[in-house]
Design a protein around this ligand. Structure first.
Ligand SMILES: Cc1cc2nc3c(=O)[nH]c(=O)nc-3n(C[C@H](O)[C@H](O)[C@H](O)COP(=O)(O)OP(=O)(O)OC[C@H]3O[C@@H](n4cnc5c(N)ncnc54)[C@H](O)[C@@H]3O)c2cc1C
Ligand SMILES: *[C@@H]1O[C@H](CO)[C@@H](O)[C@H](O)[C@H]1NC(C)=O
Ligand SMILES: *[C@@H]1O[C@H](CO)[C@@H](O)[C@H](O)[C@H]1NC(C)=O
Ligand SMILES: *[C@@H]1O[C@H](CO)[C@@H](O)[C@H](O)[C@H]1NC(C)=O
Ligand SMILES: *[C@@H]1O[C@H](CO)[C@@H](O)[C@H](O)[C@H]1NC(C)=O
Length: 536
């Protein structure tokens, strides 16, 4: 994939400059009036060889609803009361992205950018103000070059497609990114991106070497032309505050031909507390080839009416089972891992295993864009920097059994995560973190009442966890979007509102993100409920 610069761009830029006054008058007029002007602008700018009309969906088009729903990944936002976009533009060409930005700016229309649609708070396709969606799912080319160990990946590709296409070219390469195969590259990479190889290779953003994006002036940029500041910002600071990412160039990483996975479970009756306590001490210090995720949930106990806590240890080891057993014997014998727990497979098969496809599922299941499960959900995150004493764990179990939800997932850090400087990318949670917690609550019923009930239970456990997690700030992971951390109304108080969640997501890097934002998008066109604000 090479950076091409269509001549047509010149006319866009010209249009933009002559209608600067129109832009400053934007915001006036009804939403529907602005939509009509926006549509006219899109059509007017349509390039003959890439007509835009086939990419435009308004509520009048028969497939508007199915296009909208295709990438809603949280059913909490699939309700009749959920605000709907005035237009969905399913970009078929980069010129459509350029036109969307230029025309939206000119007519004062809020743009939401959606790639895979996995944002936990739906902010890529929902807004409280009139808006349209720039939908990137058609931009999904993946170009792997095993020789140079690199790949160009477009924003609308899914992680499953990325993994599959890498493995197609090479059995000894992979990429460190998320576990769920339907997650989109656009949101995932721009927000950090972590998965079960992070202790060995870091985050997705630690392995990005170039990018293509369209900025607020409709210019097509690559790393060289955007400069190191902006490149830094879109490798962890969230793309949506800075522009539309078209593609990333990644460094693919080496994986062995055979990897080993295991899943071991312990309930409280099987000494889960002791084993979890020990996990806390060792998981972040283990051999970097070994990643052991710990999931804690409430299940029925052995007594007829009793509940218990189930600790699930799910691992990926970048090596064979013999070496894994010796690593476990010397560093974590308390788990009691035995040969029969270990399953050897290819790295690509381990991706399927981790996302709970049955063993033996053909690997092309990773190319499916239909999620295995769709529910209503709420997620929150925390970072842990000191061990939780046994009595603390017991208190947490008690609280979890009282609430029944959410489940907690502990993802161990250490290894490469502790070696990358906290300022290398906007993602600041590096050395000193033992693990990250995800709070996960799922439910199946529609309706505000059900949602409020489950969100409230999630907040209760989060509040209970306060003494055990990071403070000043209480840190959070951008890709685990949580609007409880603050909402930006993008009005006069935008900077102060942005600082509240910005410090939690980015710590000291927030300031540099604001500086870059102020420079590249002073008019705050690229904004959302938790975007990076400009300096007042
Ligand atoms: C089932 C599930 C599993 C997950 N597992 C993991 C995991 O293992 N590891 C992990 O790190 N995270 C995980 N996540 C979180 C996920 O990384 C984030 O939700 C991520 O932002 C999703 O990217 P997306 O493109 O699918 O989402 P979208 O909802 O499309 O976008 C998310 C955000 O990025 C912006 N954005 C999207 N595309 C672009 C673009 N091209 N240019 C600029 N801005 C853009 C959107 O406007 C929005 O603000 C998971 C989420 C789900 C729902
Ligand atoms: C949607 O409807 C409009 C107006 O009828 C039409 O111009 C456009 O091409 C339609 N979009 C698609 C994708 O068919
Ligand atoms: C989303 O809502 C629509 C309209 O109510 C419904 O037809 C569709 O099945 C819903 N999607 C899912 C995945 O439940
Ligand atoms: C739990 O711990 C006790 C005491 O250390 C031990 O006797 C017992 O075998 C352990 N149970 C399991 C299932 O490991
Ligand atoms: C757990 O127990 C409850 C009754 O206490 C029962 O209704 C439920 O089906 C059980 N769940 C499972 C998964 O066995």
């Amino acid at each position: 994939m090479t950076v091409s610069r269509p001549i047509f761009l010149l006319s866009l830029l010209f249009l933009l400059s002559v209608s600067w006054e129109a832009a400053s008058a934007s915001g006036s007029g009804s939403a529907h009036g602005r939509r009509e002007k926006f549509l006219q602008c899109l059509l007017h700018n349509s390039h003959p060889s890439h007509p835009i009309s086939t990419a435009i969906y308004t509520p009048n088009n028969a497939s508007y609803s199915s296009v909208l729903q295709s990438y809603i990944r949280n059913l909490r936002f699939n309700m009749s009361t959920t605000p709907k976009p005035l237009v969905i533009l399913t970009a078929l060409h980069e010129s459509h992205v350029q036109a969307a930005i230029v025309c939206a700016r000119m007519h004062g229309l809020q743009m939401k950018i959606r790639s895979g649609g996995h944002d936990y708070e739906g902010i890529s396709y929902v807004s409280e103000v009139p808006f349209f969606i720039l939908d990137m799912f058609n931009q999904r080319k993946i170009n792997v070059d095993a020789q140079t160990e690199t790949a160009w990946v477009q924003a609308g590709a899914t992680l499953g497609e990325v993994y599959y296409r890498i493995a197609e070219k090479s059995k000894v390469h992979g990429f460190p990114a998320g576990v769920c195969p339907t997650v989109g590259v656009g949101g995932h990479f721009s927000g950090g991106g972590y998965g079960n190889m992070m202790r060995k290779y870091g985050l997705s953003v630690d392995n990005i070497i170039d990018a293509q994006m369209v900025d607020v002036n409709g210019r097509l940029l690559d790393r060289k032309s955007m400069g190191e500041d902006l490149f830094w910002a879109i490798t962890g600071g969230g793309g949506a505050s800075f522009g539309v990412v078209l593609a990333y160039k990644i460094k693919i990483v080496r994986v062995p031909e055979v990897v080993t996975v295991f899943l071991v479970r312990r309930t409280l009756e099987q000494n889960a507390t002791d084993v979890v306590y020990r996990w806390q001490q060792v998981a972040h210090k283990l051999d970097e080839d070994l990643f052991i995720r710990l999931v804690l949930d409430v299940v029925n106990g052995s007594q007829s009416d009793g509940k218990t806590i189930r600790a699930t240890f799910r691992a990926l080891f970048l090596g064979d089972s013999a070496r894994l057993l010796s690593v476990m014997k010397s560093s974590f014998p308390e788990l009691g891992l035995v040969q029969s727990d270990c399953i050897e497979m290819t790295w690509l098969e381990s991706v399927l295993y981790w996302t709970e496809f049955p063993i033996g599922t053909p690997t092309n299941a990773l190319l499916s864009r239909t999620p295995q499960v769709l529910t209503h959900l709420k997620r929150k995150s925390d970072y842990v920097k000191k061990l939780i004493p046994k009595a603390g764990l017991e208190g947490i179990w008690k609280k979890m059994m009282e609430l029944q939800v959410p489940a907690l997932t502990f993802n161990p850090y250490g290894g490469k995560m502790g070696q990358v400087p906290a300022t290398a990318t906007p993602f600041p949670h590096r050395a000193g973190n033992l693990w990250k917690i995800q709070y996960a609550t799922n439910w199946n019923q529609d309706g505000k009442e059900q949602a409020n009930h489950h969100i409230e239970l999630t907040r209760k456990l989060y509040n209970y966890m306060t003494p055990f997690v990071s403070k000043n700030p209480r840190e959070a992971f951008l890709n685990y979007r949580d609007l409880d951390l603050g909402i930006n109304h993008n009005g006069k108080e935008s900077y102060l509102e942005g600082k509240v969640y910005g410090i939690k997501y980015f710590k000291g890097n927030f300031k540099r993100l604001v500086q870059i934002k102020t420079k590249v998008d002073p008019g705050n066109f690229f904004r959302n409920e938790q975007s990076i604000p400009v300096f007042p």
